[in-house]
Ligand binder design. Sequence first.
Ligand code: AMP
Length: 398
Amino acid sequence: MKILVINAGSSSLKYQLIDLDHSSVIAKGICERIGIPGSMISYKSAKGDKYEKQQDMKNHEDAIAMVLEVLADPEIGVIKNMSEIDAVGHRVLHGGEKLYDPILIDDEVLKAIEDCIPLGPLHNPANLMGIRGCMAVMPGVPMVAVFDTGWGMAMEKSHYMYALPYEAYENYKVRRYGFHGTSHRYVTGRALELLGNPNAKVITCHLGNGSSVSCSKAGKCVDTSMGLTPLEGLPMGTRCGDMDPAIVTYLMERLNLDKKGIDNYLNKKSGVLGISGVSSDFRDLEEAANNGNERAQLALDTFCYKVKKYIGAYAAALGGVDAIVFTAGVGENDRGVREKVLSGLEYLGVDVDFDFNNSCPRGEEVEISKPTSRVKVFVIPTDEEMMIARDTAALTAK
Ligand code: AMP
């Protein structure tokens, strides 16, 4: 079965064609600057063919048409024609309280995704453009929506409520939803398989440009660090994460910021970039810190302390932990961050082989805890696209 997985942003569209029979990526790429002068498509196939072309793309429909053209190109393509694509899986950010499990897209689902735009004002409109573009160019091909918020919907009410007047929840759906759901679900599933225990208690640390920690029992989310929006939780590349909510009005007054201004301040100028003044990229931070930059070191220390704090909190929430998983750009690659987060957790039963942590291969699933460690620690490369492809196949195979 061949599944096209689409992750549409407002001016970009990432795509992967996945052969589920072999669990492999046949081709992938990105369309950029959609609707902006200088639009561009890039493409890479598993056979090693590469392609980059500047081509006008007025909208997402044009972008999908370009994707199909290159996938079926007689020289560098990987399919003969569009009919080889069995279904399309779309990543959708916010499903609100009504949409959580992967679902076959019809008019009612499109309307429900539209209704969630106030909760995901940047992403949901872009996701819809991707879906509608695909529907226009691929009529009759089944489409499935997979929600980033789906994982967090298993949380108990007492775990997702904010202590605000109840009307904020009832009337405006203000509650914790959580994000990175497909990633947490994928790596949790892998951890349960590696442990050989489907009922295990697992803490997953998705540390990338956006970061979140989640915890689960028997593959069901118990808690997750992001909230109504992806701003809550850990400090991130440029997002502030948890803070005293009174800071919002205090800084609006001191810095004379309006709604848009404070939104930009907390989402784009904060996080490890804000603390360090160096970069949002952990590679730059590690380099600067190694060269004696104290604020870069402070940003790394603040980040790691917060991840550790969430692990402790989630171990308490779960009543113990069987495995801790690191994933995403920082979690998979930054050995220094892993070491700092994991040191001092012996009281929890975590016994890490720090030499191996420093030398283990990148891009592979590895166990970095000692064989005798009560809590297993894994590095598991995330694969949200494969998860979306599997969800899509499960709904459309019949
Ligand atoms: P993601 O959002 O999962 O794509 O992660 C992107 C982030 O991963 C980048 O911004 C970097 O901060 C981080 N990253 C990628 N490679 C490395 C590396 N070798 N060492 C440290 N951080 C890395």
